[in-house]
Design a protein around this ligand. Structure first.
Ligand code: DUC
Ligand code: ZN
Ligand code: ZN
Length: 457
């Protein structure tokens, strides 16, 4: 054994056990008591969690002439400090682009820079014969998921394209993640608001109300039912979309869903902050009313929603968000969250009594790993799994603040919020990469992790 994490409360797939976790090379070699090795890490009084998996991040993503502020190094260092050891980003090709080229380009950006392990959702922006053929080639090379959009110029798919792609992904054993908002409805509502002179950030949510999201989700779910394809609904925000997911599942459809911390902790009230500050919260789908918080927490507890990921997509408030001073429609969409997801979910979820420790690990690690073909290499503390471990102090109190976080951006949406519980030590494939909350690893140490075809029961 190279290393033993001793005396922690180890969260295994079978429950929480007081045990040691022994590591040989990059893998977990044994879980038991009285284990020894040259290197001992004391975890007494701490949880030992599997490294957390963030299934939805946008690092160094170009939008027009600006790029989201965290690159593959800064963003994955922030992820690591927050307990996340695997992230799933996206290829950045648009309609008509060559998917193989897009994938190779994104790999070239990420491979030398990542500080944690990662994989990519393939963005399917058209349903051409070439795209479908390239999809099946890439599926054989270990890409286990795709992203499809019902909105955004250059990305939004028609219903016919969606159907063909649902068949293509189904036949490759690939789980499609779908951004569901009705493109034409957003365009109509936005134009109407701007015509009425309603240009401030607080009008952003009115341009994309819950029905805009739920209509697209219902439509995608119906298309998936027509061709018996599984679907994963990205960033579900509200009761209306949850109803679509729940009724599909009652019909026997394989429909999965994620939500994000912003929809559990923030609300449309944040758009009414003084001055232009509401722009910090302009992301899509938008924040909803507070009544949805309990709806979403309930769905995480009862399995209605399987995953909490971040949609991390930070923009500088001072230089980038301000582009939308004259129109909410020009504010770059997105907010930071890659570093704060796990502490927020543990604090309000486990410490706050809304989730069991096991449910917390399921939604933040095990379920995303299962759905995207990485389990049990990722998302589990089990013999043979990668030795990605988070030694977590359940009592440490931290005040979240842009100043102390590692995310490369000039604000924190949760500024001043106190969380109880925080990662102390983080291991990636057996190596300590975070110690006492500070990153001690290296850029480029992360690896691309090939996924296996979809088989979630
Ligand atoms: N919405 C998206 O759809 N993508 C990136 C960030 C955001 O807010
Ligand atoms: Zn999206
Ligand atoms: Zn996104």
């Amino acid at each position: 054994m190279d290393c033993v994490v001793k005396n922690g409360m180890v969260v295994t797939p079978d429950g929480v056990v007081d045990a040691d976790v022994a590591i040989a090379g990059e893998k977990i070699a044994a879980i038991g008591t009285g284990l020894g090795a040259d290197q001992i890490i004391d975890a007494k009084g701490h949880y030992v969690f599997p490294g957390f998996v963030d299934a939805h991040v946008h690092l160094q993503m170009d939008v027009g002439d600006i790029t989201s502020t965290d690159d593959f190094t800064s963003g994955t260092i922030a992820a690591a400090c927050g307990g996340t050891t695997t992230v799933i980003d996206f290829t950045c090709n648009f309609r008509g682009d060559d998917l193989l080229e897009g994938t190779a380009a994104r790999r070239a950006e990420a491979d030398p820079r990542v500080a944690v392990d990662y994989t990519l959702h393939l963005t399917l922006a058209d349903a051409s014969g070439r795209t479908l053929a390239q999809l099946s080639q890439l599926a054989r090379e270990g890409y286990a998921s795709v992203k499809m959009y019902t909105t955004y110029q250059g990305l939004n798919l028609s219903d016919g394209e969606m159907l063909r792609l649902l068949v293509g992904t189904r036949d490759c054993g690939i789980l499609p993640m779908v951004h569901t908002e009705n493109h034409d409805a957003i365009a109509y509502l936005t134009a109407q608001l701007l015509r009425q002179g309603k240009r401030a950030p607080r009008y952003h949510p009115l341009s994309r109300p819950p029905l805009v999201e739920a209509e697209a989700a219902n439509r995608v779910v119906a298309l998936a039912q027509l061709v018996d394809a599984p679907v994963y609904i990205a960033h579900l925000t509200c009761r209306e979309t949850l109803d679509a997911v729940r009724s599909a599942r009652r019909r026997g459809q394989r429909i999965y869903a994620e939500t994000c911390p912003q929809y559990l902790f923030l609300s449309e009230d944040d758009y009414h902050r003084p001055g232009f500050e509401g722009a910090k919260y302009v992301l899509s789908p938008p924040l909803r009313n507070r009544a949805n918080w309990d709806v979403l927490w309930g769905a995480l507890a009862d399995g209605g929603v399987q995953v909490v990921s971040t949609d991390h997509c930070p923009w500088y408030f001072e230089t980038q968000k301000v582009r939308g001073r004259d129109s909410f429609a020009q504010i770059p969409n997105g907010a930071p969250g890659i570093e704060t997801r796990v502490p927020l979910l543990f604090s309000a979820g486990v410490d706050g009594g809304r989730l069991s420790v096991r449910q917390f690990v399921d939604v933040c690690a095990a379920n995303p790993a299962r759905l995207f073909g990485l389990y049990p290499q990722k998302g589990a503390i089990a013999v043979g799994s990668d030795a990605d471990l988070v030694i977590y102090d359940p009592r440490r109190e931290v005040t979240l603040s842009a100043e102390s976080l590692h995310q490369r951006v000039d604000y924190c949406p949760y500024e001043g919020q106190v969380v109880r519980g925080y990662p102390r030590t983080v291991l990636l494939r057996g190596k300590v990469i975070v110690e006492d909350g500070e990153f001690v690893g290296a850029a480029g140490q992360g690896k691309f992790v090939p996924g296996r075809p979809f088989s979630f029961a």
